[in-house]
Ligand binder design. Structure first.
Ligand code: F0G
Length: 396
């Protein structure tokens, strides 16, 4: 007989709602369920979700030491979303709203991530998706996702901006819902990343840095931070500043929003559309941003700025982050950290600041970009223990 400790005997198996420590476990079911009270959806709208959101907010300790800057830098790793990018946040909202209205098909133009998200959420909803992609510049991983989820893929002889112009025209006359970020529900979903950051840090950071293409995401984050601060922003197309979701008693602090572009594709730096944008960061190879006016409002309201990074610096930052911290993002995503580190070194961002950099997408989207540089660590050996041991001994 075991001694009588007075404890309640343990059940042989935990019940579905409890774990071994007997507290409630709740399955996370995506950002609409988590934030429905802060999203413009009718209560009866059924969420089309893949469990997106709740992405890691990782503090960069090694990298900060290695580079020798003085700041609390966090990366919000949106590449951990179900289809590998922040687009899932917007797509769960856009598709949920479209399906609630009875839509049977969605349409988008994309540099890759939006098409993967649209295809996946359409599959989940049981509706059709049509994606327009630019000629030759789409990462294989993203194309594979569109294929496997059954999207109708249309390759346009032109760039992303051509595709965007076409989907806007076509959606006016065809029974499809446009799910690019000109659809305001996309930004409503994407604003939840700011909610998660404020909840995790207890307040907004001093600076929030993002890569900028169409500038939808920087606008969405500002909407989210503004709501947390108890106010609205005229950059929000849904409410024009009369926000129904402003959090009473919210934290007043809002970050300065900083948007970085690739130098060959930097309309916000040139003061207008760029005709033939070129960059290795294909996700932000966009010359004619769709959220041009809202993004300038964000810049003014937040006191932030736009800047640009060279392709070489973007790729170097992607590698540095992977080597120092074990975080693998796609090139476009590394633009946020690339610019933030430079502005910290120059003093434009003051020492001691808290900074969140959004890493918008997963590095696995395009492994070619890494492998093109060669495989320096690949050592071929005979299939015997001693050969493998020799490799270890020589290098430990
Ligand atoms: N980072 C990644 C990985 C992206 O895929 C995009 C946009 C951005 C940044 C820029 O975000 O447009 O809101 O400023 N990708 C779109 C697409 C264009 O088709 O996947 P933005």
């Amino acid at each position: 007989m075991p001694p009588d400790t007075g404890a309640t005997p343990q059940q042989p198996f935990p019940s579905r709602k409890t774990n071994h420590w007997s507290f409630n476990v709740t399955r996370y079911t995506g950002l609409i369920d988590a934030y429905r009270h802060r999203l413009p959806l009718p209560p009866e709208a059924k969420a089309i979700s893949l469990g997106e959101g709740r992405t890691p907010l990782i503090k960069l300790d090694n990298l900060v030491r290695h580079v020798g800057v003085d700041a609390d830098i966090y990366v919000k790793f949106e590449g951990a979303n179900p289809t590998g990018s922040f687009k899932d946040r917007g797509m769960t909202m856009a598709v949920t709203e479209a399906v609630h209205r009875g839509a049977k098909a969605i349409l988008c133009a994309s540099t890759g991530n939006t098409s993967a998200a649209a295809a996946a959420y359409a599959a989940r909803a049981g509706i059709k998706s049509f994606v327009l992609i630019p000629e030759g510049k789409i990462a294989m991983g993203k194309l594979a996702q569109a294929v496997v989820h059954g999207a109708v893929i249309v390759q346009v002889r032109g760039n992303f901006d051509d595709g965007m112009r076409l989907v806007k025209e076509v959606s006016e006359t065809s029974p499809v819902v446009l799910v690019n970020s000109v659809n305001p529900y996309r930004l409503q979903g994407q604003k939840t990343a700011a909610f998660e950051i404020v909840e995790a840090l207890g307040e907004a950071p001093d600076y929030h840095c993002l890569p900028v293409g169409n500038a939808g995401n920087i606008t969405a984050h500002w909407i989210g931070y503004t709501e947390c601060a108890g106010s609205g922003t005229v950059s929000c197309k849904l409410c024009n500043g009369n926000c129904q979701f402003a959090q009473a008693g919210g934290k007043a602090k809002r970050p300065k929003m900083v948007g970085y572009q690739a130098a060959g594709s930097a309309p916000f730096m040139r003061g207008g559309a760029v005709k033939n944008p070129e960059t290795v960061a294909t996700a932000i190879r966009i010359g004619d941003p769709q959220s041009w006016d809202p993004a300038w409002i964000v810049q003014k309201e937040s006191g932030g700025w736009f800047d640009e990074c060279s392709d070489a610096d973007i790729l170097a930052t992607q590698r540095l982050l992977a080597e120092q911290e074990g975080v693998f993002c796609e090139p476009a995503s590394a633009t946020s950290l690339c610019g933030a580190l430079r502005d910290l070194k120059s003093g434009k961002i003051p020492a001691g600041s808290s900074i969140v950099c959004t890493l918008t997408g997963n590095g696995m989207k395009d492994p070619d970009i890494i492998l093109k540089a060669g495989l320096p660590q690949l050592i071929e050996v005979d299939a015997v223990k001693s050969a493998v041991e020799r490799v270890l001994v020589d290098r430990l």
